[in-house]
Design a protein around this ligand. Structure first.
Ligand code: BGP
Length: 472
């Protein structure tokens, strides 16, 4: 049996704020990241996406490189504030035009676009009006999504609404490391609920447009989540229990609403009892239930080992209404992530554990059934060595080939994995780590007018694609 099906999509991914640059060009409005990254002390050495990889101006050159690589699909996000500079209302034609040109250029090389509607760059205007804590943002998102479906869906059949809720809500509203820099689990849960509402409204609009014949025949809409499997740090029952809690918070809370149309019941009760959030309005349950995804996108970088936190080690303690407001989603103090003493780690302390990708995919299949899966991100953040002018990123080749093997293993065990989008196609901005943490197949010389150079991994991935993964 061959490791990957014949129609497997070989892709790569980017996101608008991290790659496009041109932050204030052709009528684009400011996003929360444009504003936040300009505030002192928010990002690594004050780096920002004002220029990024300047993909906005070099799109044709970049797509030609994707074609040379042999990609059959490209995952990118749309900058909401390019389409609606103020978040809603008047459409910016130049923004629509950029994505029309990008899509047409991709299709001219037979590269299938996969669009993410929201990869964290909320229009600042909507943030000023309350951001994701305001229900009106969900309405604005539905308007934005419909505008994109109408403009692009005649040529685009793969759509995802949101990228990694746990990160933009977790960092935006709990750790405070992303905009809007809040530290409140209750506010996080309410904002997160509005994201699920926004998602469901966009799915409903998509389905309606499919019925009306406005969307290309086989169009599918999904959601992209972090896939972070948890392993107990020991065989002790406390650690096993802590791991189940971590699964509940980091996985079930974020996947159940979009794949089962409901929150995990026990967790929801505890959250509403102890934090008073999320609050629903009439019809929310029905909306979620009726708008389950067509596919799920999984972003896998690492797994976490979980141990009980001796300071407060029982889940039940929280049901008594005790305050636990310091933790992630309100429950973090019930467990902690610990380092695996035998683990292999990146320079940023992310455990390299390819087998976790197989395990995570199989856990998703076990809980949610035969949902189509795309691996929408996977990659190694690394300071690439340059030897005699060549970028020799052997560590990335090793990382990606082991993770591809892990995907092949999941397929062999019956998972419906349909595509692979390594992060990232080209070196781009890492949100909090600037330009030093590289992920791409293509290097950008930031001292030589952003000149593109193919890395060693480019040639490797080209051969993988040509052989449909059989050379692994
Ligand atoms: C994911 C994001 C990407 C990308 C990637 C690497 O969470 O969806 O946008 O940034 O992580 O993360 P980092 O740049 O922090 O290494």
């Amino acid at each position: 049996m061959q490791p990957f099906p014949n129609n497997f999509l070989w892709g790569a991914a980017t996101a608008a704020y991290q790659v496009e640059g041109a932050h204030d060009v052709d009528g684009k409005g400011p996003s929360i990241w444009d504003i936040y990254s300009h505030q002192p002390g928010t990002t690594y050495q004050g780096t920002n996406g004002d220029v990024a990889a300047d993909h906005y101006h070099r799109m044709e050159e970049d797509v030609a490189l994707m074609a040379e690589l042999g990609m059959s699909s490209y995952r990118f996000s749309i900058a909401w504030a390019r389409i609606f500079p103020e978040g809603r209302g008047k459409v910016n034609a130049a923004g629509v035009d950029f994505y029309n040109r990008l899509i047409d250029t991709l299709l001219s090389y037979n590269i299938q676009p996969m669009i993410t509607l929201y990869h964290w760059d909320l229009p600042q205007r909507l943030q000023d009006e309350g951001g994701w804590e305001s229900r009106a943002t969900a309405e604005a998102f539905a308007e934005y999504a419909m505008t994109c479906f109408l403009a692009f869906s005649d040529r685009v059949s793969l759509w995802s609404t949101f990228n990694e809720t746990v990160v933009f809500i977790g960092h935006g509203y709990i750790t405070g490391l992303h905009p809007p820099g809040v530290n409140s689990p209750a506010r996080a849960l309410q904002a997160c609920h509005h994201v699920f509402v926004a998602h469901a409204k966009a799915v409903a609009a998509f389905r309606q447009m499919q019925c009306d014949g406005n969307i290309r025949g086989k169009g599918m809409i999904g959601f992209v989540n972090v896939l972070q499997p948890h392993t107990p740090a020991s065989t002790m029952s406390e650690d096993q229990k802590a791991t189940r809690i971590a699964d509940g918070i980091y996985t079930h809370w974020l996947y159940d609403p979009v794949l089962k149309g409901e929150y995990p019941k026990e967790l929801l009760e505890i959250a509403q009892l102890t934090l008073g959030a999320p609050e629903f309005v009439k019809g929310d349950e029905k909306l979620l239930k009726e708008n389950i995804c067509d596919f799920i996108g999984l972003n896998y970088y690492k797994r976490e080992m979980v141990a009980a936190n001796p300071q407060q080690s029982t889940f039940e303690m929280n049901t008594s209404g005790q305050s636990n407001s310091a933790g992630e989603f309100g429950f973090k103090d019930l467990f902690k992530f610990v380092r695996n003493p035998e683990g292999e780690y990146t320079d940023w302390d992310w455990e390299i554990y390819p087998q976790g990708l197989t395990e995570g995919i199989m856990q998703i299949k076990a809980r949610y059934g035969d949902i189509p899966i795309y691996i929408t991100e996977n990659g190694l953040g690394y300071k690439d060595p340059i030897i005699d002018g060549k970028i020799i990123d052997d560590a990335r080749i090793d990382y990606l080939s082991r993770h591809l093997q892990a995907i092949a293993d999941a397929i062999a065990q019956g998972a419906d994995v349909r595509g692979f989008y390594p992060w990232s196609f080209i070196d781009l901005l890492s949100w909090l780590n600037g330009y030093q943490k590289q992920y791409g197949f293509v290097y950008i010389d930031r001292h030589d007018y952003l000149k593109r150079k193919k890395k060693k991994s480019f040639d490797w991935y080209q051969r993988v694609i040509q052989s449909n993964g059989t050379i692994l």
